[in-house]
Write a protein that binds this ligand. Structure first.
Ligand code: 3HC
Length: 703
């Protein structure tokens, strides 16, 4: 820790900066944390902060202090990179207790995001002044942890037990206005944050200090508490931390601060070495690592501001909204006025729903709507920097479109296709500039889903791939760069997942049993429920298209085709793999009969299949295909597959994605879980050699 007798945050002597500095600026000192990139509380920060607080406490010339941060944010939490190492003194709870116990007022000046340990520092201060754009949060559950430095004990004392339970179990961020309303912030700064915090500190000098740890927390009734925990457990879908965090927040009303903090620390340390936390940390870093694509380090992306979207169906309108939300100038084109009007209505509908649910103001909707223009025909796209098509999934349609675009768009325009399966290389070959062509595969709803597969062909120029990554960053998407194959990463794995699910029903399980098993595994929805939601007709059309080229030796389960023949396209027709009443899915005897018929035709004697076997077989099918994808260099790193599955298909993040999990659990262990009989008898079942050879795929990227 450096002490500087100057009012300016500039190092007085120009020496290498220390992560914590104490500025003697009169009676109110400023303790500044400066530990880029996000001021995490690494050991040096904790030691510096403790030293600074002791100095404030002991120095008679200092009457109050402000804790503020340099750089883009207030403290964003404990240093996650230190989690693999043994904890080093001073520990954060001790530092934070020293802040609360300080005999002089300490005020936090918050900007950016005060997260985790950062939020806990703020909670222990005697006052909190926040920048208008700042937010608070205890996101530890997203890393499989509970807050470990008093968060679960001080938050209920400050904002009430119910609100605290919501915040610690969801990990959600609280913006400045809400923080003020909840009593988490005392003031919102309208200009100079540090000056405003110093004003508050000055006002507090000589007055009794309000120590958060001394406040009482309200007790919840036993029944209400049990119901709340049940609800959190259901929502957590197998993740342990949210329930543990809620239990700790409830404890605050029953025990003194030090006892609550001891229990909290114990839980924190236990969870820190858990598999779930290792998985979620892998997920956190993998999500950032995917954007660092080998070979693109020094490649400049092309500038993109004007974007064209061809096709205004569900996908096209969602893509248009995604771009408009990120501040791009968007033009949507269709082949005729009628289709264009329908597209315009779709876009308006997306925004209207957001306004109705309170997520968007009228003014913002109008602003976003005004950034989207509409036109008929391709000619008006000539001024665009990037054009993306979201038209009918047919190779000839797309090739013709790209040939036409080639004649309209100036050189340098990025030509993107949103195809989910087709060969992007063959589409690119229809143009005279295949280097400009790339796949940008959005997931539906395109304005919401985080995943974006960036599909490069053998000819895509590196700066076009870099442009895809830069655009994804602006869209706040998680991009995964991959090469061309049928279904790319996600849909290719999904088709194996679905196939295995269909084998299972043919052998004896029922669709709702498969769904229940996969939901218990942690997916938000099982495969059959997802099909019903997406609509069975689209994949039916695709199957019919592919039928002539299908290998006759391939095991093919035709139940989905028969459902479609019966007009059951899923939720939108009131029936599919289930029937629907008031939005609720209900297993249907009609489907059971179809499934049993399929088993008879295959000559299989149906047998009960356990949830364990269902999970193990589906998991192995996923890992197997993922291994092939790696072997074929469709992606270069196991973490790319993990990110696709977590962000595009609901693979539980607390499992870290299929390949991370496979490496941790050991692939053999997954296979062993499959019953011997299924391994021997399941026709089409592949206990793949490739699977075992991938046992040390390197998926253990961060452990
Ligand atoms: N520890 C270590 N590194 C961190 C970090 C942390 N807590 N938070 C972010 N980083 C790193 C990122 O890995 C990234 O590194 P890179 O440039 O090498 O990839 C860099 O900081 C910038 O992060 P982002 O790319 O995510 O930058 P953004 O501006 O998009 O987001 C953020 C900033 C909102 C702070 C986001 O990084 C974030 O959410 N961080 C995690 C916050 C968190 O989970 N805190 C709780 C930690 S647990 C804890 O505090 C326990 C306590 O209770 C004891």
């Amino acid at each position: 820790m450096t002490t500087i007798s100057a009012p300016s945050p500039v190092q007085a002597d120009g020496t290498a900066s220390e992560p914590v500095r104490l500025f003697r600026t009169g009676p109110v000192a400023v303790i500044e944390i400066d530990n880029p990139p996000v001021n995490a509380t690494s050991q040096a920060v904790r030691a510096g902060l403790l030293e600074a607080i002791r100095e404030v406490d002991l120095d008679p010339e200092i009457e109050a202090a402000v804790i503020a941060c340099a750089g883009r944010t207030f403290v964003a939490g404990a240093d996650i990179r230190e989690f693999g190492q043994p904890p080093r003194e001073p520990h954060l709870p001790d530092v934070i207790n020293a802040i609360e116990d300080c005999s002089k007022p300490v005020v936090a000046a918050l900007h950016g995001t005060a997260l985790g340990g950062g939020c806990e520092i703020a909670l222990a201060c005697h006052g909190r002044v926040v920048d208008a754009k700042a937010s608070f949060g205890l996101p530890e559950v997203k890393l499989g942890l509970v807050p470990g430095a008093g968060g679960t004990q001080r938050l209920p004392r400050l904002v009430g037990t119910e609100v605290a339970i919501d915040l610690v179990s969801s990990g959600r961020n609280v913006k400045a206005a809400e923080a003020l309303h909840l009593g988490l912030a005392d003031r919102i700064s309208t200009g100079d944050l540090r000056a405003d915090a110093m004003d508050l500190a000055r006002e507090m000098i000589g007055k009794p200090l309000r120590r958060t740890g001394d406040l009482p927390a309200t007790r919840m009734g036993a029944e209400v508490a049990a119901a709340k925990l049940g609800e959190i457990r259901r929502k957590a879908r197998g993740a342990e931390a949210p329930v543990r965090a809620a239990e700790l927040a409830m404890l605050a009303a029953d025990v003194p601060l030090n006892e609550g903090m001891a229990r909290e620390r114990e839980t924190f340390l236990e969870l820190r070495s858990s598999e779930q936390s290792a998985a979620l940390r892998h997920a956190f870093f993998a999500e950032r690592e995917v954007t660092r694509v080998p070979g693109l380090d020094n490649v400049e992306p092309r500038p993109v501001q004007k974007v064209g979207v061809i096709g205004a169906g569900t996908m096209g309108s969602g893509i248009a909204v995604a771009f408009a939300d990120a501040g791009f100038d968007v033009k949507v084109v269709e082949t005729n006025e009628q289709a264009l009007a329908a597209g315009r209505a779709r876009v308006a509908d997306i925004y209207d729903k957001q306004v109705a649910s309170g997520r968007l103001t009228d003014a913002t909707r109008n602003e976003r709507l005004s950034s989207i223009s509409y036109d008929v025909g391709l000619a008006t796209l000539s001024d665009r920097d990037l054009v993306i098509e979201a038209v009918f999934e047919d190779m000839e349609v797309k090739r013709t479109l790209f040939r036409d675009l080639d004649g309209i768009l100036p050189p340098g325009t990025v030509l993107a296709t949103n195809t989910s399966y087709l060969d992007v290389g063959a589409i690119a070959d229809a143009t005279a500039r295949p280097t400009d062509v790339v796949g940008l595969h959005f997931f539906s709803p395109a304005n919401i889903m985080k995943l974006l597969e960036i599909v490069k062909t053998d000819t895509t120029a590196p700066d076009v791939v870099a442009t895809g990554l830069a655009v994804a960053k602006r869209l706040r998407k998680v991009p995964v760069v991959c090469r061309v194959c049928d279904g790319f990463v996600g849909n290719r794995i999904l088709s194996r997942y679905r196939q295995q699910a269909e084998y299972l029903i043919e052998e004896g399980a029922l669709p709702h049993e498969v769904d229940a098993a996969m939901e218990a595994f942690g997916f938000p929805m099982g495969p059959f429920a997802v099909s019903d939601l997406a609509g069975l007709d689209i994949s039916w059309a695709r199957r019919k298209r592919l039928a002539p080229t299908r290998d006759p030796r391939e095991r093919y389960v035709d139940v989905a085709d028969r459902l479609c023949e019966a007009g059951r396209f899923g939720r939108k027709t009131g029936a599919g793999w289930y029937r629907y009443e008031g939005g609720k899915r209900i297993p249907d005897p009609f489907v059971t009969e179809l499934v049993e018929g399929a088993s008879r035709r295959r000559g299989l004697t149906r047998r009960p299949i356990s949830a364990d076997e269902i999970q193990a077989r589906i998991r192995a099918a996923i890992v197997n295909e993922a291994s092939k994808i790696l072997d074929e260099h469709i992606v270069e790193r196991p973490l790319d597959v993990d990110v696709v599955m977590m962000h595009g298909y609901g693979y539980p993040a607390w499992r870290g994605g299929p390949l991370f999990e496979a490496d941790r659990v050991g692939l053999q262990a997954i296979l062993d879980k499959v019953t011997e009989r299924a391994a021997q008898d399941g026709p089409g079942w592949e206990p793949a050699a490739g699977l075992v050879s991938r046992a040390s795929s390197g998926a253990r990227f961060y452990s």
